[in-house]
Ligand binder design. Structure first.
Ligand SMILES: [Zn+2]
Length: 109
């Protein structure tokens, strides 16, 4: 079984970065509107929706990263969730938190 050290480090870095991004997003959401102008308020609300979407994406990604770290702990990192075969190392290098092998991902409908 391939070594997980490099993957673990990569995932931990990603986790730190995501947690950082999420806390920044939360701060910008908490900020009260800086203007009372109606049109500006509408723009700000739109911006906060974008921020919200970014935050949600980051939260979702963080969950995947945490799940991948858990898989490493359980020595399941290289095992496909679907077919129980080994996940290609190159695939994990490109997508460190994937849970399925290339074959299963291609047949994912
Ligand atoms: Zn598979």
């Amino acid at each position: 079984m391939p070594d997980t050290t490099a993957f673990k480090q990569k995932l931990l870095d990603q986790k730190t970065e995501l947690e950082d991004r999420i806390s920044r997003v939360k701060q910008s959401i908490r900020r009260p509107p800086s203007t009372t102008d109606w049109e500006d308020l509408a723009t700000e609300r739109e911006n906060s929706e974008v921020v919200d979407a970014l935050g949600n994406a980051a939260v979702k990604e963080l969950e995947q990263v945490k799940a991948a770290l858990m898989r490493i702990e359980r020595r399941r990192y290289f095992i496909c969730d679907r077919c129980c075969h080994e996940i290609e190392v190159a695939r994990l290098e490109a997508m460190p938190y994937t849970t399925v092998c290339r074959h299963c991902a291609e047949n994912d409908d």
